[in-house]
Ligand binder design. Structure first.
Ligand SMILES: Nc1ncnc2c1ncn2[C@@H]1O[C@H](COP(=O)(O)OP(=O)(O)OP(=O)(O)O)[C@@H](O)[C@H]1O
Length: 582
């Protein structure tokens, strides 16, 4: 909770102002009740009007101040809370972004942020997307819960404590015995009732969660295993069990919903009993009727901010898991990797000098002393066997992975298409315009023509306005890849890095798409990681990697003309695609 609340620090002044406004508004409410009680009781004794004039003014003043201060309290409280929420959201997204890029020395582990969690790097298939959406939904809800933490818990608790202390203190001064009764009542309503409510809410919350899990598991069984259940004639039996579980869940939820009304009722009962007790003690002590009225009604008013504490305690119990998850997220994310040194404005090219990357401190080098220059107007292809270090090299070139040693000079304006690129749940047009909001229809069409996306878009009834992504129109892997590639082309960055941009396409289409992309990028720096060598004759330079090192470099014609790893890869490719050619 403390870790999450630390985001409030920059907005502490506003929050304190809101707290002060809240406390003063509640004190005004108590003072209003006290002065009104005094006025009515004293008026019943028919004193001269002048004796009442001060009380009349006080009643009006407290009524006006209470209204104004309540308004100020709401305004300042919501202002501070929304600012704190924005801050927390920013920090959470920063943590997710850091976790999504595994820094060397910190490999991505399953279950860790950046592993199978919401910030997972790759999202295979639809089920993964659904899990990501769930995780994202939970995270958004967790962040939003800070709002309740401040507005429904911390601020009300502050007001309640201040009012209870002042009211009980005043009663103690006026009549110690009555003060003790008031203090006892306030303690019961402000501590014991909320504690019991929180305990009940926690117990019931656990049982509700358990019942919900059981029902979810049963529903999945019913959906996924429907054919088996039908085959074995067991559908009715399992449905019956699911219905029983639904009824149990409804019962528990009803009970959980009643906890707050029961707690509120208990608080009101304590309030009434305490007011009667205070009046009784005051009468027994021989206090005059004005003092009795003031003490009893002030006590009644002092309970008003104390009664919502039962609700606040329950909410605090519910918010703790969310706070724990957020704190873990904020703490677990690896520290922001030292960014690759940005090259000066005149150094337009991308350069690596003796760069080594290790994912674990004592682990093998994924990149081993690589030096490389990417000229601003040339294209470069990176090839090599699986695990040779191609994606790692691309990560360093894109400024996403800092080198463990060596220097990476990465100019601003390196953008790319990594394997994590995301299709947003919106139209094809909006997905593309993300890269260049001002792009014209012609530019969209031109980019899509290069990547062979255009034919597919034109075949759709709603064309560019077709909704895609989760919940939208399902896309094939190839359509998704071409959409992302079009977006990368449209962005037209100074250096475009592409990780296996045609991996999901059949060979014939892959070759045409690659040729289109390279033609569109002619004269602009492009770095391409690929397994497929066909079409690389259109690339200015090819580097061949093996075990993290560059083992060959040259052009397609040059490298196929000499024995070596590139020619071996080329021969294998030709053999696989057309055995007769070998
Ligand atoms: N996040 C990571 N944590 C730990 N090790 C990693 C990580 N990413 C890559 N590696 C290791 O670094 C080495 C190089 O991997 P890299 O992904 O760069 O190879 P690649 O040539 O792109 O392979 P592929 O063609 O299969 O994508 C491999 O041994 C791989 O196991």
């Amino acid at each position: 909770m403390r870790r999450v609340l630390s985001v409030v620090r920059p907005h502490l002044a506003r929050l304190i102002a809101a707290g002060l406004a809240g406390v003063t508004a509640e004190l005004c409410a108590v003072a209003l009740m006290a002065s009104a009680a005094w006025l009515i009781a004293r008026a019943s004794q028919q004193p001269p009007l002048a004796a009442l004039s001060l009380a009349i003014v006080a009643v009006r003043a407290f009524a006006v101040f209470r209204g104004v201060l309540r308004y100020a309290d709401r305004l300042a409280g919501h202002d501070a809370t929304l600012r704190a929420l924005a801050e927390l959201r920013g920090r959470v997204y920063d943590s997710l972004a850091r976790a999504a890029v595994p820094a060397p020395g910190r490999p991505v582990a399953a279950g860790a942020p950046g592993g199978e969690g919401p910030a997972r790097r790759r999202t295979p298939g639809k089920g993964g997307a659904r899990r990501d959406a769930d995780a994202l939904g939970h995270m958004v809800a967790d962040v939003d819960s800070l709002q309740d933490l401040l507005l429904r818990c911390l601020l009300p608790i502050t007001s309640a404590v201040a009012v209870a202390v002042v009211a009980a203190g005043l009663a103690l001064v006026l009549l110690p015995a009555a003060g003790l009764v008031a203090a006892a009542g306030l303690l019961v309503a402000g501590l014991a009732v909320p504690a019991c409510a929180a305990l009940a809410a926690r117990r019931l919350g656990a049982r509700v969660a358990e019942a919900r899990d059981a029902l979810a598991a049963r529903s999945l069984d019913l959906l996924d295993g429907r054919f088996d259940l039908a085959a074995f004639g067991a559908t009715a039996r399992v449905l019956e069990r699911a219905e029983a579980e639904t009824a149990r869940l409804a019962r528990l939820e009803g009970l959980a919903g009643r906890v707050s009304s029961i707690a509120f009722g208990a608080g009101v009962l304590v309030q009434g009993l305490t007011a009667v007790g205070v009046a009784g003690v005051a009468i027994a002590a021989g206090a005059d009727e004005v003092l009795v009225a003031v003490l009893a009604l002030t006590t009644l008013a002092a309970f008003e901010p104390v009664l919502p504490l039962a609700d606040a305690a329950q909410r605090l119990t519910e918010l703790r898991p969310a706070a724990r998850r957020l704190a873990a997220l904020l703490e677990d994310a690896p520290q922001a990797p030292a960014p690759a040194r940005a090259a000066g404005p005149d150094a337009a090219e991308l350069e690596l000098r003796d760069v080594t990357v290790r994912y674990a401190p004592d682990g093998p080098a994924a990149l081993d002393g690589v030096s490389l220059r990417v000229e601003p107007d040339r294209s470069l292809a990176v090839v090599g066997a699986s695990g040779a270090g191609k994606s790692t090299l691309l990560g360093v070139l894109a400024g996403l992975l800092p080198p463990t040693s060596g220097t990476a000079l990465v100019p601003p304006g390196v953008r790319g298409l990594t394997q994590d690129a995301h299709v947003f749940h919106t139209s094809i047009r909006a997905n593309l315009l993300l890269a260049r909001p001002a792009a014209t229809e012609d530019e969209l069409r031109e980019a899509a023509r290069r990547t062979r996306l255009l034919e597919w878009v034109e075949s759709l009834p709603e064309g560019w306005d077709t909704e895609v992504g989760e919940g939208g129109r399902p896309m094939s892997g190839g359509q998704r890849q071409r959409l992302l590639l079009t977006r990368a082309l449209l962005a037209d960055p100074g250096v475009l890095v592409l990780d296996e941009p045609t991996e999901a396409l059949d060979h014939a289409l892959a070759d045409r798409v690659l040729a289109g992309v390279l033609a569109a990028r002619r004269g602009r720096a492009t770095v391409l990681v690929t397994h497929r060598l066909t079409g690389l004759d259109a690339v200015d330079e090819i580097i061949v990697m093996d075990e993290g090192r560059i083992v060959q470099r040259g052009t397609h014609a040059g490298l196929t003309g000499i024995p070596g790893p590139y020619r071996d890869l080329w021969d294998t490719e030709r053999l696989v695609s057309s055995p007769a050619a070998a």
